[in-house]
Design a protein. Sequence first.
Length: 680
Amino acid sequence: MTGATGSDSTPLLGVSQPISMAKPTEKEVVMSDQLDGTLKSFNLYESEEEMETRLEVLRNVNSLVKRWVKEVSLTKMPADECEKVGGKLFTFGSYRLGVHGRGADIDSLCVVPRHIDRSDFFTSFYKMLSEDPNVTDLHAVEDAFVPVIKLYYNKIDMDILFARLALKEVPDDQTLHDDMLLKNLDEKCIRSLNGSRVADQILRLVPKVETFTLTLRAIKLWAQNHGIYSNVLGFLGGVSWAILVARVCQLYPNYAPSKLVNRFFMVFAKWEWPHPVLLKDIDSSPRPDISALHDLIPSHADHYSRFPRTEFDIQRLEITTDIMEGHCEWKELFEEVNFFSRYKHFLVVVCSADSEEHHLVWEGMVKSKLRHLIGSLERNPRITLGHINPKTYKPNMNPCPFQIGYENPVAEMWFVGLEFNKSMMGTKNVVLTEEITGFHDTVNRATRYSKGRETFTDDMKMLLNYVARKDLIKWIPKSELTKGRGARKPPSATASSLPSTPRAVIERRQSTSTSVEATSTPSTAGEVSSTTPSEAGPSNGGEKKEGDDKEKEVPMEDGTNGEVMDQTCSSSSTSSEAVVTSSTVAETPPTSGLPSVIKLSHSTSMPNLGASATSDRQPAQQLPLSNPDEANAANPIPTETVKNDLISGIDSRLLNRKRSAEGIIDDDSSAHKARRMEAV
C-alpha cells in the first residue's frame, strides 16, 4: 500500500486508506500561518546565524571523525590503504526531523569501518575531542544502554553515538537504510544505528515533510508545556511523538497543519489502545533473518501494555476546534501548566556534587535511574500515581533546605507529584522506606559496576525528601510556584452534554490560576519536612547508615481515589525500524462543530473502504497491497545530489528529497508512561 499515489499525485502512505483526501481551505491555510506565528512567539525557531553555527559545528566534527579514523587506521593497516577508509557523521532526532528548537542538542552518530573498535572511540577519539579548544563539558557514558559521548562544541550541545559497520570503507555517500548492514553487528551498534535509520524512515513515510514538521513542532510544544515529554523519565520521547504525528499525516495527506493538530487529538482520543501505531505494513516487506535483531524486538507482553487515552481527551479536541472556529487563539493550547498546582504531596530527589564537572557525571547517572523510582512508587498499593516533572530545579540556598556536608554544592532537584489512594488508607501515614531504600540500592549498584566507576566520588550525594505543597517555598523560588496556569480537573460531563458555549470561554470563566503561593505558608529558617532526609553517595556500597532503619512516613492530609497501578517500569529500544501501529479510522462528519463519532478498526490487510470512511464523502482509492515495490515504481525517489551536502541530514531543506516505503518504528509505550500522562 505504501508508495501509491492519489489522483492528485499525493503519496498515499501507511497501512490503510487515508480518511480524507480533501484539500485545505483558505481559512485553514490562514490558521496554519497563525499557528506558525504562535510557535515563533514561543522562541522555537533558530535565526539564520544560529542555523549556520550548527552546520559549521557538524562540518568540524565530521572532519574530526575522518581524521580520527585515518589515524587509527594507520596503526592497523598499510598506509596506502588508509586514504579511503572514510568515516561519517550522521544526524538523527529532532535535528534530522527538522523540528529542533533554539538551544536544542544535536543527536549524532559516528559510523566507522570494521577495523575501528568501540574502545578506540572512547579512548583516542575522546582524547582528540578533549584537545579541541572548541569542546567543553566533555564526558563519556560508556556503559549506557546506548553508549554515548556528550559534549558542547562551540556552545552547541551534542551527543555522539558509535557504530561500526562490517565494511572495509565508509564513504561520504554511505547510507544506512539497507537492513543487511545490520548483519554481524553487536547489539550496541544496532541500537546506535536505530536512531538515524528511524528518522529517515519517518521522513520517507509522510506525504508532505513541511506539513509534518510544522504539526510536529506544535505537538512537541504542547507535550513539553504539559510536562509529559521525556523518554528517559518514562514518557513518550521525541521519536514516539513523531510517529504519532506521522500517522495522522498519512490519514489526512492533504490537510493543513492547523487541521492536522485538531485531527491528532481526535484520532488518538478514540484510538483502541493497546493497538500499536504502524507507519508501514510489517508483513508486506521481506526482511533478512538477522538473529541479533530478535532479542531487540519488544516482548509479547509489551504489545499489550496500557497506553493513555486520557491525555488525548475531549478537552484537547474541543480547544483545537474552538481555535479553528475563531473562539480562542493557539496560545490557549500551548499555555504552560504549573506542575505544582496538580498535587498536594511531593517527593523531591536532590542530586548534588562538589563541582560542575562532577555534577555533570552524577546528574546523568541519577536521571537514568529515576524511572525505577517511579515504578516502585506506583507498585505501592496506597499510591495511585507518581508523576515526575521532567524539568529540573536549582534549590534555594539561603537557607538551604537540606544538609550535604560541604559548602557550595552544585545541586539540581526533580519533583515527583504523588496521589494517594484514599480508599486503601487504613492508617494515617504512608510508609515509603522500601521505595526510597530500593532506589538508593539501584543507583549504588549502577555506580559500583560502571566502567567509569572511578569517576564517582564520595562528594556525590543523593537525597530524597517528602515535601508538602505548603512547604515548597522553602525549596524553590516563588516564581516557579506561580508560573503558568493552574491545573484543571477533568470535567465530569461528556462532550454531548456540554453547553453550546465554546469550551475555552467556559474555562476562562470558571478557572483561575491556582497558584501554589495561595496555599503556601511562611516557614522559619532551618525547618524541614516531616520526612527524615535520606542520603546516599556512590561510594557507600549500599550499606545502611545510622538511622536508615527508621521508616520514612508521609503524613496524610488528604487522598484521591483512583486505580492502583501494579506495573514495573520499562523502557526498551528496538532495531532500526519505526512502530508507535495502525488502524483505519472511520469518521462521521460533525454536526455541531465537533466530530460526533469516530470508530477504529484493525486488521492485518485493509479492505476497500466505502464512502462513509472519508470525511469528504468520497470513496477511498484501493491501493495495491500485494506488491508495494510496483507502487513505488510509479512514484520514483529523487536521487539528485546537493552541493556541499557533507553530512547526511545536516540541512532540513534536504528532507523532502528522500522518499521510500520501508521500515517500521517501534515504540516502548507501557503502563508507567500511561499513568504519568493521564495526570495532565
